[in-house]
Design a protein around this ligand. Sequence first.
Ligand code: F6R
Ligand code: ZN
Length: 186
Amino acid sequence: MFPEGVTINALTGEVTPSTGEYTKRLSEFRRIYRDIKALDDLISAGDLVTYKVVEYRAEGSDIFFGTTTMMPGRVGAEYFMTRGHYHARRDRGEIYYTQSGQGILLLQTRDGETREIDMMPGTCAFIPPDWAHRSINTGETPLVFVWCCNQDAGHDYAEIVTKGMRMLVMEKDGVSTCVPNPNFTV
Ligand code: F6R
Ligand code: ZN
């Protein structure tokens, strides 16, 4: 293993060199957004990529990092968001360092604590171990952030897909507002 300088484009999220990437499209979010009709209408109009994740991973290292680039947009009143997850390993945290755009990082614990952190250029959010995290682009430009965590952290998506998150971020009169999720199940 050798040290390496990795270039990150703060506006596009491009990582050079990178070792992997994936994109997520609206059609993969049927169980995430509340407004099913708005979602289906958007998918029929063209199944947009809503975010892209690019990683830099050195084989054998304990940590890795990368970018998430989230497009602006909404499904009904809900802004484009990530799936949201706990880490499979409950002793693994993460940081999210916002490079450009604006958003909200929703966090929650298994026993009912919730927090929201504004994502704006220069904000480095500390995500403690066993806090679920979901990012939401509340702006009109791409939201780009750098994340860094342990390679063995893993993802547990099932909990959030089945129960939802305790809070939602909705657009109301042109402003992003955090509201309790009426459909959250304990
Ligand atoms: C890794 C991490 C990020 C997210 C990415 C997409 O632990 O938190 O790399 O994986 O922002 O979000 P999800 O995975 O929730 O769709
Ligand atoms: Zn994570």
